[in-house]
Design a protein around this ligand. Structure first.
Ligand code: ATP
Ligand code: SF4
Ligand code: MG
Length: 326
């Protein structure tokens, strides 16, 4: 049974393996109702794999750990029960919007499908779709229902994908790079639309993005992933202003305790380790400018850094913050 103080989503020790390669390791995540959380990290860090694992979307992956959503352990559900949770409880906008839309079905058919399979009449479902598209800033929504995806711009297609994810009124939305493929104006507009509908519904949102401007403007909390692990997490404003983890400094192009937030991730010297060949000790060790001898041998774990749920996985985060690491 759900207890009133329980988080809407509570993930513990999530691991994802493809064959013998572990690409997501021991990720915890907790979201309250209505909260927005951004997951950030370089390409290949395991962000999408984490998102897919939460709703068991990837049949080929071996997923372990606990995912409690709204008081229900999703890992224990049958495939059929899980299908009900997707869409109904959790809406998803996947990373590649083009592949998410069916080119030979009209926009209206696609948006209303989640309702239609639950037995909602076409008329009622269409009305709901029109209202939602309207809310998402799609002009002439009624007429647009009979259009096909290729008749829509990238930004409009992304709104359609968001409408599909929200039509069944989930409490939680996973949006994997919802604006990455768009030009910056379209990005802003789609994000503003998403912000509005999320606010209106008190939706909890897990947004995955490369864009720190998006993180700063949209999410209350941010988690940084590196090589399949979460290495820092905390209130967005504090983490972006003065990150605790050396990787996060590099990511935002900031000097520790100083520095503006760059809008996009700058490149960081060196490559992230392949999940198949993670170094022992700290995964960031080969690229870390302030690494110590201990870092090579001993793996750091996420530990409280300060109040407000700020956590960091670095042996010397406290010394760095105090300015006395040498
Ligand atoms: N189906 C798969 N089979 C094997 N390995 C996979 C599969 N899908 C992803 N991977 C690997 O898992 C790792 C994490 O991939 P994932 O797509 O989660 O990264 P990401 O953080 O979302 O990156 P991006 O920012 O590029 O979207 C990568 O090393 C990737 O090559
Ligand atoms: S644990 Fe060591 S190598 Fe890893 S980020 Fe901290 S200082 Fe750098
Ligand atoms: Mg991804």
């Amino acid at each position: 049974m759900k207890n009133a103080s329980e988080a809407l989503l509570e993930v513990r020790g999530l691991c994802v393996e493809y064959g013998s390669i572990r690409i997501v390791e021991n990720v915890d995540l907790s979201l309250r109702a209505g909260e927005r959380y951004a997951l950030v990290g370089e390409s290949g860090a395991g962000k999408s794999a984490t998102a897919r694992a939460l709703i068991r979307l990837d049949g080929r992956a071996r997923v372990s750990g606990s995912v409690r959503f709204d008081g229900v352990e999703l890992m224990e559900l049958s495939e059929r029960q899980m299908a009900t949770h997707r869409g109904n409880g959790v809406g998803v906008v996947l990373q590649d919007p083009l592949s998410a839309l069916n080119p030979v079905m009209t926009i209206g058919e696609q948006i209303t499908e989640p309702l239609r399979i639950r037995g909602v009449s076409r008329d009622v479902a269409d009305k709901k779709a029109i209202a939602l598209l309207d809310e998402l800033g799609v002009a002439n929504a009624r007429q647009r229902l009979t259009s096909y995806p290729h008749e829509f711009s990238g930004g409009m297609r992304q709104r359609v994908a968001i409408a599909m994810a929200l039509i069944a009124e989930p409490k939680f939305l996973i949006a994997d790079e919802p604006t990455t493929a768009l030009d910056s104006q379209a990005q802003d507009r789609v994000l503003t639309a998403l912000d509005l509908v999320a606010r209106e519904r008190g939706l909890a949102v897990l947004i995955i993005t490369h864009d720190l401007g998006v993180v700063a403007g949209f999410a209350e909390r941010v988690g940084i992933m590196y090589a399949g692990r979460k290495i820092e997490e905390g209130p967005t404003a504090r983490v972006l202003r003065a990150p605790a983890h050396p990787y996060t400094w590099a990511l935002i192009g900031a000097v520790p305790r100083l520095g503006p937030v760059a809008a996009r991730l700058p490149s960081i010297a060196g490559e992230p380790p392949s999940p198949a060949r993670r170094p022992s000790g700290c995964s960031f060790y080969p690229r870390c400018k302030v690494a110590q001898a201990v870092c090579r041998e001993v793996e750091p774990h996420l530990a409280p850094f300060s109040d407000e749920g700020w956590r960091v996985s670095c042996h010397i985060a406290a010394e760095l913050a105090a300015g006395d690491a040498s």
